[in-house]
Design a protein around this ligand. Structure first.
Ligand code: MN
Length: 247
């Protein structure tokens, strides 16, 4: 593969497999995250024939916060996590409107990371207004030692960025992050071999994914990233991503 989308949601699209096939024809691989264990079941079935796509088992903080994922779903997540290398999307979202759910989110996130205790996993992590707590949990559980932890669309402080780099985290960056001066500055501060591309597309459930638009957004992310750091990154990004995904 020449290029990888290391955080997308092909299962949000009714025709995710068709988009994956189109991506394969363009030499593009993907780490397709899910947001609930049930979504993972469906995505795994829908994308089973797509050798260029890794499907992550997810326990997204929004779906934990709103009660969609309760204790039974966390247990189901753990069962699936024991059987796959690919975990995501998991994490914490401490936006003010989710106040009152933070303890529940942390408990679910800790259980998700406990499921990675044996190592060897690739973990895509959402952290909104919670980068410090996410890093505390990663550090306390030692998750970054045996696993590849990817912070998706990093939006924490500069100090938190440096702490995450020291912990060994990877960073998936996309056009929306690179549209900001701070996002571009962050990209420059991450070692090149820890950088990855992402689109986070599609934005939500849709009947059909605009495959060309998706692939164009991924290509634009690479161009913006190369512009930000001032050097070509294609082979480095592909090598890092390919090593994580194993294809
Ligand atoms: Mn996402």
């Amino acid at each position: 593969m020449d290029r990888y989308d290391m955080h997308c949601h092909l299962d949000f699209a009714g025709d995710g497999a068709a988009a994956a096939t189109r991506a394969a024809a363009h030499g593009v691989g993907a780490f397709s995250c899910t947001v609930t264990p049930r979504g993972y079941e469906q995505a795994r079935a829908a994308l089973a024939g797509c050798a260029n796509v890794a499907v992550g088992v997810g326990l997204h903080p929004w779906w934990v916060a709103d009660g969609t994922c309760g204790p039974a779903d966390v247990s189901r997540f753990e069962e699936y996590a024991a059987c796959t290398r690919f975990i995501g999307e998991v994490g914490l979202d401490f936006a003010p409107r989710r106040e009152g759910t933070f303890d529940n989110q942390v408990r679910a996130f800790e259980r998700a990371l406990h499921a990675c205790a044996d190592g060897g996993k690739v973990v895509s992590i959402h952290a909104v207004r919670a980068a410090d707590i996410v890093l505390d949990v990663l550090e306390r559980l030692g998750t970054c030692r045996g696993n590849a932890c990817i912070l998706h669309w990093f939006s924490g402080s500069g100090d938190e960025l440096h702490r995450a780099v020291r912990l060994g985290c990877f960073f998936s960056v996309g056009t929306r992050m690179l549209a900001t001066r701070r996002g571009r500055a962050y990209a420059r501060q991450v070692p090149a071999e820890r950088l990855l591309l992402e689109t986070d597309l599609p934005d939500g459930p849709c009947a059909a994914l605009d495959s060309d638009g998706w692939l164009a957004d991924l290509a634009l992310a690479q161009a913006l990233l190369e512009d930000a750091v001032g050097t070509p990154l294609g082979p480095t990004l592909a090598a890092t991503s390919g090593a994580l995904l194993g294809f």
